[in-house]
Design a protein around this ligand. Structure first.
Ligand SMILES: Nc1ncnc2c1ncn2[C@@H]1O[C@H](COP(=O)(O)OP(=O)(O)OP(=O)(O)O)[C@@H](O)[C@H]1O
Ligand SMILES: [Mg+2]
Length: 297
């Protein structure tokens, strides 16, 4: 590709930036969990996902582990931060739903660096190329991401480059740890449903992705990703003797999934081959004319 949208390896960063929210700006109603745009004491603006939302803290854990794993694999992800919230900030909010959400989310929440002016990714407007498409599909297969479909790409286009967002629907085994501990191979070998993936028709090069990314999913990278999760979101997990044990279990599950690529990667290859050459699907029947200045390769 002419201008690389893939990044080099990152170091073992394990501590997320920590900021304190100072102002609630507006709700982002596109998101089912009602994320909010907030300003923080570092003069940054963040998309904040709240632990008091209906989906609970597990989706925040998945955001961090999968987000940091993606970053470590060179995929573009907005910076993550933990955001300390004083629920008093929601007092003046006219919307009762927002007020309740903030009231239920004191203390640590998850922030994503806000990418101002970012567009929702549309594969017709921006062709990411086989290398990038292959790596994103491979990564989504590894973490079992069920939320990157043509209906809801969960990718943004910012400064003409794609960014991956919304990894809350990955690592779904953690919603039932008891079953995952009894049968660790269930997640490892589960086929990945790629048929609706937003990049399936982008001629993803899965062989190149497999060769490039497999050696990069090291124990060190996995441990760094799980270390980024705050202890308090791992505390009190039934069946575990503290946050350290929960982190080890995530590393074991992901290592087993990596080792079981023969169980899920061929299914993604077959789905891509079946979609090959099809024009990527877009939600917009006629892409607006102003999209024409965006690069097509
Ligand atoms: N870092 C960011 N910068 C700019 N906009 C963002 C960012 N993160 C999210 N958004 C916007 O907010 C919307 C909702 O975000 P996201 O998909 O992460 O939330 P969600 O509640 O998990 O949504 P979903 O309904 O897909 O589960 C995105 O579609 C995007 O428009
Ligand atoms: Mg989303």
């Amino acid at each position: 590709m002419s201008r690389s949208i893939l990044r080099g390896p990152t170091g073992g960063v394990t501590v997320l930036r920590h900021v304190t929210a100072i102002r609630y700006v507006t709700p982002l109603r596109e998101g089912g969990s009602l994320p909010g745009l907030m300003e923080a004491d570092d003069l940054g603006t963040y998309v904040v996902k709240f632990h008091g939302a209906g989906q609970g803290r597990k989706v925040l854990v998945a955001e961090i582990i999968s987000g940091e794993l993606a970053r470590g694999l060179g995929l573009p992800v907005p910076d993550l931060a933990t955001v300390d919230l004083d629920p008093e900030l929601g007092r003046a909010e006219p919307d009762q739903e927002v007020q309740e959400l903030l009231r239920n989310s004191p203390g640590l929440n998850l922030g994503l660096d806000f990418l101002p002016g970012a567009l929702d990714f549309d594969p017709v407007a921006f062709a990411p190329g086989p290398e990038f498409a292959g790596r994103v599909l491979w990564f989504d297969g590894l973490v079992g991401n069920v939320d990157r479909s043509w209906r809801n790409a969960n990718m943004l286009l910012w400064h003409r480059a794609p960014y991956l967002i919304d990894h809350g629907a990955t690592l779904t085994f953690h919603h039932n740890w008891a079953a995952a501990l009894v049968d660790p191979s269930a997640f490892a070998t589960r086929p990945y449903e790629a048929a609706d993936h937003v990049l399936l028709a982008a001629e993803p090069d899965l062989d190149a992705a497999d060769a490039a990314l497999t050696p990069r999913v090291s124990g060190e990278l996995l441990r760094a990703a799980v270390a980024a999760v705050p202890d308090e979101w791992l505390t009190g997990e039934p069946g575990f003797d503290g946050p350290g044990r929960v982190r080890e279990a995530y590393v074991r599950q992901l290592t087993a999934r990596l080792d079981a690529r023969d169980a899920w990667l061929p299914g993604i290859r077959a789905a891509a081959a079946a979609a090959g050459g099809n024009r990527p699907v877009t939600r917009a029947p006629n892409p607006p004319s102003w999209l024409s200045w965006l690069p097509r390769s």
